[in-house]
Design a protein around this ligand. Structure first.
Ligand SMILES: Nc1nc2c(ncn2[C@@H]2O[C@H](COP(=O)(O)OP(=O)(O)OP(=O)(O)O)[C@@H](O)[C@H]2O)c(=O)[nH]1
Ligand SMILES: [Mg+2]
Length: 492
């Protein structure tokens, strides 16, 4: 049993190590060798695919089991329990089975092993009994703590950040997401590598997480330089992709069609809203335009923008992006900044909330904090309380008064993202919000300015058009910026 366990732990670790093979293939190159390197990268990316596949297979065949460990250093019981529950969901998100949960309350974490030595022994004894091969900690551990624990427990130890990074690595589908994840993983590894160098130089050797090609300070220094080199390469490439994204975004902004962004905690139902609006009001065949919706954390990792053209109402561009979570690893926020920032350019945010989750208020807090962090804190918000069907069911079962769905009240709307009536109510709420700042104006445009009429029509803001000898007379809903831009033509 012990032997089998070690094998599965090593395979999980193998996946975590995939970056090293990428680094090996990248090696030291000059900027002029960029093109050659792109080919090498292609090979490396295939390697990542293979590794991810290996990971999937490993999980399916071997059924890895984990012990979850949480240390409460002064949080309320509720808060602590909530974060342990979320750790369980995160663990399930990479198909690792939760064998058991171990918790402890201490004023301060133990410097060497994070939890007390008695607890470490307890876990060591439980490992065999529970057939577990990986220990997952709910907080961030120092590189030294991970090493100490791995040595005592003789099995793989990862922390919450490491776990989230693995989920992202497994899910990353687009090129940009893959580069972002790789960069985040390397940034996470770097201090751990340096830390390990110290230990190894004292010990004069040994085998560790990253020392698969020999050991000693020299080798580690080489690895460290390779990683740093790869990080700067990735950051250059991400900058190029960001430029592309900015160009696309500028084109969108110039078109003046309203931009609406779905934001919110992971698994709230953002992609479900997107897909169902596309099904009802997508401008082209919706089938190949839909995005992945799934009952798991971090189903979506990139940004998709689609045009929604509701009949009789104004069209808008809708974007769906990566969800938020409490304690999103810093390296990840940094690497995913450009994806996360997409919301910053929206006219209206749809904050999707899983209303059936007892923790929804806490999720709203985290979402609002994250929005402020990425500079999207001042954009008008519609609070979309989703999965209200589940709440209705619960109310029915417990004999309470059942809420009405859909229901809009001020900036709040209660919906079930899978029902057409809810989606129509949502579209109406979006239109209301978009027109909040608008004023109905009459303009008289010379026939040479037909382009302006077209642009207004594309935005769906024209109420009336009359062709008169002196020009085109239109009534349109204008925003403040339009009023100053077109003041020469405004007659009323
Ligand atoms: N019952 C019910 N389930 C819903 C509703 N909306 C979404 N879901 C389910 O909730 C799960 C998560 O939905 P997604 O749309 O993938 O959530 P997301 O916010 O995009 O999640 P991430 O991409 O992981 O951030 C899926 O299983 C959906 O089918 C709803 O109104 N009612
Ligand atoms: Mg999604």
């Amino acid at each position: 049993m012990t032997q089998q366990k070690t094998v599965s732990a090593l395979r999980v670790r193998e996946v975590f190590k995939y970056n090293i093979s990428v680094i090996e293939s990248a090696s030291f190159i000059t900027y002029n060798e960029w093109e050659v390197n792109r080919q090498q990268e292609k090979i490396a990316r295939n390697k990542i695919d293979m590794k991810n596949e290996l990971y999937e297979n490993t999980q399916k065949v071997e059924n890895v089991r984990a012990i979850l460990v949480g240390l409460n250093t002064g949080r309320s019981d509720d808060e602590f329990e909530r974060s342990m529950d979320e750790l369980k969901e995160l663990t399930k998100a990479i198909d690792i089975e939760v064998a058991s949960t171990v918790t402890q309350s201490l004023n301060t974490p133990d410097k060497g092993t994070y939890i007390g030595s008695g607890k470490v022994q307890e876990i060591a004894a439980a490992l065999d009994v529970l057939d577990a091969s990986i220990i997952i900690f709910n907080d961030s551990l120092s590189p030294m703590q991970v090493r100490n624990l791995e040595k005592i427990l003789d099995t793989e130890v990862i922390d919450r950040t490491g776990l989230i990074l693995q989920i992202f690595a497994k899910r990353a589908g687009t090129r940009e997401a893959r580069l972002q994840v790789e960069s985040a993983q390397l940034q996470y590894m770097l201090p751990r590598l340096v830390g390990m160098g110290k230990t190894l130089s004292r010990q004069g050797g040994g085998s560790g997480r990253l020392s698969n090609k020999g050991s000693g300070e020299k080798q580690l220094e080489l690895d460290r330089r390779r990683i740093e080199h790869r990080i700067s390469e990735l950051s250059n490439e991400l900058k190029n992709l960001e430029k592309e994204r900015t160009t696309q975004r500028n084109r969108r902004l110039r078109s003046n069609i309203a931009c609406v962004a779905l934001v919110g905690y992971t698994n709230a139902g953002k992609s479900t809203v997107m897909n169902n609006l596309l099904r009802l009001y997508g401008s082209e065949s919706a089938d190949d335009k839909t995005v992945l919706e799934k009952d798991m954390l971090f189903a979506t990792l990139d940004t998709t923008v689609r045009k929604i053209t509701p009949s009789g109402r104004r069209p808008f561009l809708l974007s769906d992006t990566v969800g938020f979570i409490s304690e999103l690893p810093h390296a990840l926020v940094k690497a995913f900044r450009s994806t996360l920032e997409e919301a910053k350019y929206a006219d209206v945010l749809l904050e999707v909330i899983d209303f059936s989750d007892p923790e929804y208020r806490f999720h709203m807090e985290i979402t609002e904090k994250t929005l402020a962090e990425i500079g999207a804190g001042d954009i008008p918000v519609i609070y979309v309380f989703n999965k209200a069907d589940l709440v209705q069911k619960e109310q029915e079962e417990s004999g309470r008064l059942v809420m009405e769905v859909p229901k809009a009240s001020g900036d709040r709307i209660y919906i079930c993202a899978k029902e057409d009536a809810s989606l129509d109510e949502l579209i109406a709420a979006i239109e209301r919000k978009l027109s909040e700042d608008e004023k109905e104006c009459e303009l008289l445009l010379p026939y040479t300015e037909g382009g302006i009429v077209n642009a207004f029509e594309n935005r769906g803001i024209v109420k009336e058009t009359k062709y008169e000898p002196s020009g085109i007379r239109i009534r349109a809903m204008l925003q403040r910026a339009d009023i100053s831009q077109y003041s020469d033509y405004i007659v009323d």
